[in-house]
Design a protein around this ligand. Structure first.
Ligand SMILES: *[C@@H]1O[C@H](CO)[C@@H](O)[C@H](O)[C@H]1NC(C)=O
Ligand SMILES: *[C@@H]1O[C@H](CO)[C@@H](O)[C@H](O)[C@H]1NC(C)=O
Ligand SMILES: *[C@@H]1O[C@H](CO)[C@@H](O)[C@H](O)[C@H]1NC(C)=O
Length: 465
């Protein structure tokens, strides 16, 4: 759930497929080559303007993308993109379908990039200003060194530390809309942890306040009720499936590219009893196989991004009910449960709702595909772990929201098109260890309440492929 971005509208080609699977014809390119042209013009409409960007007809997709990325007007983002690398890939995939497969593969990397602006003088008197691009998983210190190096300061020395702090603060800028889900989960987790609120809770309260984003360097936090919901679902499981994916295929172009591998994974490895449900754009969906329940009317298609539109989120976040809820939390003492709250109900039932059948499916699956979305991670990664299901990600950097999550030691499968289905098996010891890592670090549950928990044995039916 993020703030709305300006839409990037593409004029030129009526290119549809961005899955890379069958897309091969490039009317624009073919016409240019047939006409003996050296360049093909890519026309991109942005607001009232149309930008014509010529790219070499025989340039590789990588070269075309680098060129686009270099000349696209600053700020021409959209389609779920927060950097130019992503925007260039979305544009290229849409205009030149022969590059779609390349763009899809490159999107996993592009999602990791983040550009921050440093104001002149922000670090010390007379310090340089400028943009710095960092990668998820890269430590702040390395980013600071890169920035200072680029500005002629060979050795970062003591300057790296304030820069790191600055980035962290910038990350928290306008946090209400930066990642509402994280903020609300964080609040719900604390509200439920009335028995033993950690010291850090009170530190946060003093330092940043309740309505501030838990930092990008901090572990994600989930409320106790999520753990309870998953444990109930685990107990109710009657049969196991190997794989599932329930989620959006692409509410925007960058998510469509980031999730292209899900479709290929399902086509290659899902069997009839595995479960695939796309919870958006399903009206026009052509089922991929017997495992694809997208068109099954009985299949719930709760999609938080579609269900929670921007005006709804804004209204909820600026409502008097939310102010009241935040005020409750501020004065919530050790051992005192928060009083009833209209905002809390909206948060639990709508903003942060998790469908019972979604949880049931994850909890009965050996492995859960957890692709990146408009960000380089998705909450599904944690939901799978809570359900003792082993996550499958496209890249190891997609295995969690923050750098701290990445370093915790979760075990998961990384997608590799060359691997057989058997490479993505249910590893019970991984699942149990993941579950405890999560409980220890991403919840406020007491150690005693989770002691001895073991993920279940799973047996899979031998349905023929
Ligand atoms: C592009 O490649 C085609 C086929 O190899 C060739 O005929 C054409 O002259 C090349 N065009 C340019 C501008 O290099
Ligand atoms: C936004 O979502 C709310 C709540 O789900 C709904 O009542 C409203 O009609 C939606 N508005 C738009 C413009 O879709
Ligand atoms: C979780 O915490 C408990 C209690 O501190 C500890 O015994 C256990 O080893 C931890 N588990 C993991 C996977 O970190």
């Amino acid at each position: 759930m993020k703030q709305p971005r300006r839409l990037l509208l593409l004029v030129a080609a009526a290119a549809r497929a961005v899955t890379g699977a069958a897309a091969a014809t490039d009317p624009l390119l073919e016409t240019a080559i047939a006409g003996g042209q050296e360049y093909v013009n890519l026309d991109i409409r942005f607001g009232p303007d149309v930008y014509r960007i010529p790219v070499g007809v025989n340039a590789t997709c990588e070269e075309k993308r680098r060129h686009l990325q270099g000349v696209m007007p600053e700020g021409m983002l959209g389609q779920g993109c927060t950097n130019r690398a992503c925007a260039a890939l979305v544009t290229l995939a849409e205009l030149l379908p022969s590059c779609a497969a390349y763009c899809e593969a490159a999107m996993g990397d592009a999602k990791l990039e983040r550009t921050s602006t440093v104001e002149p003088g922000a670090l010390w008197r007379g310090s340089p200003g400028g943009a710095v691009t960092s990668l998820k998983g890269q430590r702040f210190e390395a980013v600071a060194r890169a920035f200072l190096g680029a500005h002629g300061y060979a050795s970062a020395g003591g300057a790296a530390e304030p820069l790191a702090k600055l980035f962290e603060e910038q990350n928290r800028f306008d946090p209400k809309y930066a990642d509402l889900g994280e903020v609300v989960l964080y609040e719900l987790a604390h509200a439920e942890a009335r028995v033993r609120p950690p010291t850090a809770w009170f530190d946060d309260l003093r330092a940043v306040g309740w309505h501030r984003m838990p930092g990008a360097d901090r572990l994600s936090l989930f409320p106790e009720s999520r753990v309870a919901q998953a444990r109930r679902a685990l107990e109710a499981v009657t049969g196991h499936v190997r794989f599932n994916f329930l989620g959006g295929r692409g509410t925007d172009a960058s998510t469509r590219l980031a999730r292209g591998w899900v479709e290929r994974f399902a086509l290659a490895h899902f069997r009839a009893d595995d479960v695939l449900v796309f919870t958006d754009s399903w009206q026009a969906h052509a089922p991929l196989g017997p495992f694809d329940r997208t068109l099954d009317a009985a299949q719930p298609k709760w999609n938080p991004k579609l269900a929670n539109n921007v005006s709804f989120i804004r209204d909820a976040m600026t409502s008097p009910a939310r102010d009241e809820w935040v005020a409750h939390l501020m004065f919530l003492g050790r051992g005192r449960p928060p009083p009833p709250s209209a905002f809390r109900d909206v948060a639990a039932d709508q903003l942060m709702r998790v469908d019972a059948s979604y949880v049931a499916t994850l909890c009965s699956s050996g492995a859960t595909l957890a692709p990146a979305g408009d960000n380089a991670w998705s909450r599904r990664f944690y939901e799978a772990i809570l359900c003792c299901s082993v996550p499958v990600v496209q890249r190891s950097e997609h295995a969690g929201r923050t750098d701290a999550d990445l370093e915790l030691g979760y075990r998961y499968h990384v997608y590799d098109p060359a691997k057989p289905a058997s490479a993505y098996g249910y590893e019970r010891d991984w699942a149990t260890r993941n579950w405890h890592l999560f409980a220890n670090h991403s919840t406020l549950l007491s150690p005693a309440s989770v002691e001895g928990f073991e993920c279940p044995e799973r047996t899979f039916s031998s349905v023929p492929v």
